[in-house]
Every structure is written in C-alpha cells, then in structure tokens.
Ligand binder design. Structure first.
Ligand code: BG6
Ligand code: MG
Length: 220
C-alpha cells in the first residue's frame, strides 16, 4: 500500500479552476480588448500565475514590459482572490472529503503540491487545512509544473520516497510533473490526461478502493 498522497488543489480538491481562467479573461479584455478563447485554458492549468500569463501573451502575440507583466499578475490575483471570498466547504469537489477521510483512517499522510500561492488560504476556507501534514510553498520551488520538483518536495515533506506515493492532478502539466517525479499518477478529467497511470472522469469516482486496486495492478 502507498504511504503518502500528494494533492493538486484547483480542480482536484476545489471547484476553483474556472475562477483562474475567468479572472484572466476579464484582465485581458480590460487591458487589450481581446476575448481569450476557452481552447487555451488547459495550457494555463497547473502552471504558475506568471507562466499562465506567458502562455496567454504568447498566444495573443503581445509583448509587454516586465513592470506591466508584474502589474497584470497582481491585478489578476486581486480579481481571483475576490472571487474566493464566498468559498466554503460546499466548494469541495464531490467525493473528495470521503476520500481524504479514508486516507487518514488508513494512516496515509497528505501533502499539498499546488502551484497556487493561495493554497493555504483556500484550504483554510474549505476547512481542510488540518487534514494536511504539509503544504509545499510554490515560491520555494525553482522549476514549476511540468517539472517534477514540487511533487518531489511534497513527498519529502511527509518523509516518503516518490515510489511510496500517489499524486492527483487535473492538468496536463501536472500529470507530466508527477510522472517525471516517478510517482504513481492519478488524473481527474478527460482524454487529454491519458498519460496518467489511472484516470477518473470525475472526483466522484475517486475512492480509496479504486485507487488501491490501480496501485496494486501497477506494482505487480
Ligand atoms: C494552479 C492553477 O493551481 O495555480 C493555475 O491550476 C494557476 O491555473 C496557479 O495559474 C497559480 O495560482 P495563484 O493562485 O498563485 O495565482
Ligand atoms: Mg489543478
């Protein structure tokens, strides 16, 4: 059996993923009068705030000064944080609370491996902060997802080897990061995540017994 479970946050624990892209859409419309197509949302998922803006500007073929870049990041975060104000435990995705309780009952340690600097704030609002033994600070990570660093750090933070952990993601970059860390990858989403060791279409299906089965099959 695995000893550690490493969680992404946005789109895995909470339904906050669309709030990020909505904030970017508003910012881009306000400053450039352009509509961001939904087709680039996936590329902004899992990656840092700064990398998300790089993806967006590259797509729009817009170049701005470092100062304006920083200002746009700040403004996007203000909008995003504003949209988190009403966040409550009701925003926890279906099945996740039970999954977390089952992991805890089995003595499995939990760590958060989110690229979001708002991770601790969100976990607190969801009343899940005390369920996690460790929260990796993405600001201390040199290379963000899809690099393996944040997941390696998360495993270390709960005194586990990567091979003793599972990690859960909803983004292409995140699944690539888990795989590169040599950790058993679990994805929640569609066919774009078929590089994961196991995919669930919804968090509703993410149960300890399903995950254990997938883990046993893989380790044989
Ligand atoms: C990730 C999201 O969890 O956090 C990304 O999937 C986002 O879309 C990233 O860019 C950084 O979040 P924040 O809250 O630090 O801007
Ligand atoms: Mg995510």
């Amino acid at each position: 059996m695995f000893k550690g479970a490493l969680f992404d946050l946005d789109g895995v624990i909470a339904d906050t993923a669309p709030l990020h892209f909505n904030a970017w859409k508003q910012i881009i419309f306000k400053h450039f009068g352009l509509n961001l197509p939904d087709s680039i949302e996936e590329k902004t998922k899992g990656v840092s705030r700064e990398d998300s803006l790089r993806v967006i500007l590259k797509y729009l073929k817009i170049s701005i000064s470092d100062y304006d870049f920083m200002k746009l990041c700040e403004e996007k975060n203000l909008l995003y944080v504003e949209s988190l104000e009403k966040l409550t435990p009701k925003n926890i995705l279906p099945g996740i609370e039970t999954f977390i309780q089952d992991l805890q009952r089995n003595g499995i340690k939990l760590a958060l491996a989110s690229s979001s600097k708002n991770g601790p704030y969100i976990l607190k609002k969801l009343e899940l902060d005390r369920s996690f033994q460790a929260i990796v600070n993405p600001e201390n990570i040199t290379e963000g997802k899809p690099a393996p660093d944040i997941f390696l750090e998360a495993a270390k933070s709960i005194q586990c080897e990567p091979e003793e952990c599972i990690a859960i993601e909803d983004s292409v970059a995140g699944v690539t990061a888990i795989n590169s860390a040599n950790i058993f990858s679990i994805a929640v989403g569609g066919a774009e995540l078929n590089h994961a060791n196991k995919i669930f279409t919804s968090t509703k299906d993410l149960t300890l017994s399903e995950v254990e089965n997938a883990w046993q099959i893989q380790k044989k």
